[in-house]
Design a protein around this ligand. Structure first.
Ligand SMILES: [Zn+2]
Length: 328
């Protein structure tokens, strides 16, 4: 508070009301905010919204041209994006003051280890309002176990989460890429896509029986089953002692199953994939029928009842089955 200005206000009490109005206006224009005030609110000329980040090449929609506007000035674009991050952080901190972080800043205690695709259209916030300190997330293209085993081990064995969720999603670009030629990709991408060969192989060998779109969805389902199977083998002891349950879930961002865009659908519990068995599983048996109807679903029983042993160190590109054109 400025002592001189206070004094001025006190000595000018008899002045007309309009004077105070002018003084008030002057005060607001010239007096800076106190040093510990909240982050500044937007001015009358708001910061431009940062452009939408480019979708990952491997995850572009196959039937639409991906949005790849070439920025005239990438530095300016990056600067705007960064400003957007700072602003979002400021807004988050306004609604989440210190105690929110002090609860878990010394130790994390998540309940769920989540293996999910890196796809930008799918985040934990689709099904959890606050993933902080609740979900230990491992992400990669195609929600894979073998390419991230150390991270998954950390969640399951060290943090001892009682739930391991492996979540795929419809219209997954990684699955699409792996079901089509990808020799032109950089070696590290090829290496990760190669790990998807085992779950997709049975589909690729019979691809004439299904439309490409149906095959794509089945590829997503096969892959989730495959990843659950790998996890179930690795954490067999924890499952047997009921310290861990492994769930296979598909986030239906494209409403392929007809239960709504973005609906999460349970398709696998500890390797069980039969619909009736899933709905009667002790884990969900007591759920309301409506919940079961909309969230526990399989288009058909297990596609791959017996998977071949997962490759431990695939080093070569083996995707030589599909000669047709890719959408990239
Ligand atoms: Zn994906």
């Amino acid at each position: 508070m400025n002592e001189n200005n206070i004094h001025t206000i006190r000595t000018l009490r008899p002045a007309p009301l309009v004077f105070f109005a002018l003084l008030f206006l002057f005060w607001n224009l010239t007096i800076p905010s106190p040093p510990h005030a909240s982050p500044p609110t937007p001015t009358t000329s708001p910061t431009p919204r940062p452009p939408t980040p480019h979708p990952h090449h491997a995850h572009a929609h196959p039937t639409k041209k991906p949005l790849h506007p070439t920025p005239k000035d990438s530095t300016q674009q990056a600067s705007l994006l960064l400003a957007g991050l700072f602003k979002s952080d400021d807004e988050f901190l306004r609604t989440h003051p210190s105690p929110y972080f002090q609860r878990f800043c010394d130790q994390q205690t998540p309940e769920i280890t989540l293996v999910m695709c890196s796809d930008s259209r799918v985040h934990e916030t689709l099904f959890h309002s606050d993933p902080n300190n609740h979900i230990f997330t491992v992400r990669n293209i195609g929600n894979q176990m073998l390419t991230a085993m150390g991270s998954v081990d950390y969640g399951v064995l060290h943090l001892k989460t009682p739930l391991l969720v492996i979540m795929g999603h419809t219209h997954c670009g990684a699955i699409h890429a792996a079901m089509n030629p990808y020799e032109g990709e950089p070696i590290p991408i090829i290496s990760e896509l190669d790990h998807l060969f085992s779950p997709l192989k049975p589909l690729l060998q019979n691809k004439g029986k299904h439309t490409p779109h149906a095959l794509w969805t089945q590829g997503v389902e096969h892959n989730v089953d495959y990843q659950v199977q790998i996890a179930a083998r690795r954490y067999q002891k924890q499952i047997l002692t009921k310290k861990l349950h492994i769930l296979g879930i598909i986030d239906d961002i494209a409403n392929i199953y007809g239960y709504g865009f973005g609906r999460i659908v349970l398709t696998n519990i500890n390797g069980e994939t039969r619909l009736q068995a899933l709905r009667q599983h002790p884990l969900v048996r007591h759920y309301p029928e409506a919940t079961k109807k909309f969230h526990i679903y399989r288009p058909q029983p297990a596609h791959i009842p017996s998977l071949s042993p997962p490759p431990q160190t695939p080093t070569t590109h083996r995707n030589a089955i599909t000669p047709h054109k890719t959408h990239h």
